[in-house]
Each structure stands twice: as C-alpha cells, then as structure tokens.
Design a protein around this ligand. Structure first.
Ligand SMILES: Nc1ncnc2c1ncn2[C@@H]1O[C@H](COP(=O)(O)OP(=O)(O)OP(=O)(O)O)[C@@H](O)[C@H]1O
Length: 252
C-alpha cells in the first residue's frame, strides 16, 4: 500500500480542563474522502485546525508527504495552504473576499501562485465558474449579491482553481436549505472524483458523510470512538455512540 499523504499520530489538545483531542490518529490517502462526524463539541473543528497546522497540538505529530507540519516554518505552512492544500469554510465570509468580484476571487488565488497573464487568468476563472455552475454573466458581480449556495460554490471554485491535493472542508453545507445542500454535495462529490482529490470533511450530517466519504471517523469528547469504511460504520456500527448517531438519523 502507498504511504498516506496526511499522517497524524497521537494528537492531544486540551483547552484548560477540556480535552478537545485525546490521542487521535488519522491517515488520509491520495484520492480518499474521509468524513469526521460527531456531535457538537466533540472536537471536529479542532482536529481540522490541528491537521492543517493552524493550531499546534499539546502532543502528537502531523505529517504531510512525510514532513512534520508543525515543525515547518510559518512561510512553508502558508505556501502549503496556497498550493497542496485548500480550505472550504462553513461561512463563505471566511473563505471569500465579499468586496472583490467573483472572477477576482478565483483569479487572485492563481496570482498568489505566480499567474500574471490577465487573459489566461480570466479564462481560467470563467472555466471554474462554469464547473461550479455559476453563470458567466456573474463574473464581475460581488459575491455578497450571491445566494448562500452560490457563495459556497464560488468558494469551492476559488479553492480548487490551484489544483490542491488535499481539501479540508468544515461543514461546507451548514446553514443552507436542504435542496441547496443536496446540490452542493453532488457538486463536491463529482469534482472530488473528477480531480482525484483527497478530502477531509467535517460534518454532523450522516447522510452527507454517506454520500461523499470512503471512510468515516466518529468522534466523541475529543476521542475517535470508531472508524472504518463508510458502509461498514453506518450499516454495522460497533460503538454504542455510533449506534445512537445512526439510529437518531433513521428516526428523524
Ligand atoms: N478556542 C477555544 N477555547 C476554549 N475551548 C475551546 C476552544 N475551541 C474549542 N473549544 C472546546 O473544545 C471542544 C471541542 O470543540 P470543537 O469546536 O472542536 O468541536 P466541534 O465538534 O467542531 O463542534 P461543532 O460541531 O459545534 O463545531 C468543545 O468543548 C469546545 O467548547
């Protein structure tokens, strides 16, 4: 088996007396979609922040292609966030510049990695707007005039235009209407397959995890209580907490 791209071992982090992460170990392989599920406060967002190098753990290591993410300098980590990695936030305000045009939002990520030719940048932005189903006539509009679903699709275009290898997604469909969520999930699924992306997605939506993920990690109170292939975890949950999560969805 090839070595995982992202390898985290024994991650532990406390906020005062609160154990946000306790001995968490996780791998993400090339082209793999991994979902982190669990109730509010279980440590999902903290795990994403530690894995992406935004927050150092009290103990444990995170390696990207073998390199220790928390030992590399700030400049190297920032470069990773512009190149190999992408981040899709729950709130489009955190992932977009709302006072810059839609085309500008996509184009400036290309400029950040050295693109300079205006015609090529605009052409690439148009192609990405089409991929995320935003009409070309909206290229010069500001994202704050877009619906919530459109803003998220634009955030995805802005993230993927630089061809990252791994995309961290934190509740990307949170706060959207159910029909808008379904369309966005379909888009994430088709783009991640088409591009062979690795995705690490945090969600409390079991149905979203089932649709997207190859593997699922279930978190509770900072610990991974169960992990495995999506169908196995959801169809035959072993841990009582996973059984409760799955049955609460079935009963809803
Ligand atoms: N900056 C912080 N300072 C203090 N405590 C924090 C901080 N960030 C998170 N916590 C605590 O750590 C625990 C894990 O929080 P985290 O946000 O990772 O959970 P989550 O599973 O992502 O929850 P949600 O689904 O509500 O976003 C919680 O008890 C939370 O209150």
């Amino acid at each position: 088996m090839t070595r995982p791209m992202l390898e985290a071992r024994g991650l532990t982090l406390h906020f005062g007396a609160i154990p946000a992460l306790v001995d968490v170990t996780i791998d993400v392989a090339e082209g793999e979609v991994v979902a982190i599920v669990g109730e509010s406060g279980s440590g999902k967002t903290t795990l994403l922040r530690v894995l992406s190098g935004l927050m150092p753990p009290d103990a444990g290591t995170v390696r990207w292609l073998g390199e220790d993410v928390h030992a590399m300098g700030e400049a190297a980590r920032r470069r990773l966030l512009r190149t190999d990695w992408g981040f899709v936030h729950q709130n489009p305000r955190d992932g977009l510049r709302l006072n810059v045009s839609a085309g500008g939002n996509v184009g400036e990520r290309l400029m950040a990695i050295g693109a300079r030719h205006y015609g090529n940048i605009r052409g690439e932005a148009l192609s990405w707007l089409a991929k995320v189903e935003i009409d070309a006539t909206r290229i010069d509009d500001l994202p704050r005039t877009f619906s919530g679903g459109m803003q998220q699709r634009l955030q995805i275009a802005r993230t993927l235009v630089t061809h990252p290898k791994l995309v961290f997604m934190d509740e990307p469909t949170g706060g959207l209407d159910v029909s808008v969520q379904a369309r966005l999930l379909d888009l994430i699924r088709s783009l991640s397959r088409e591009l062979g992306l690795s995705v690490l997605i945090v969600t409390h939506d079991i149905a979203a995890a089932r649709l997207l993920a190859d593997r699922i990690l279930v978190m509770r109170r900072g610990r991974v209580v169960e992990q495995g292939l999506t169908d196995r975890v959801l169809d035959d949950p072993q841990h009582p907490y996973t059984q409760l999560l799955v049955s609460s969805v079935l009963a809803a």
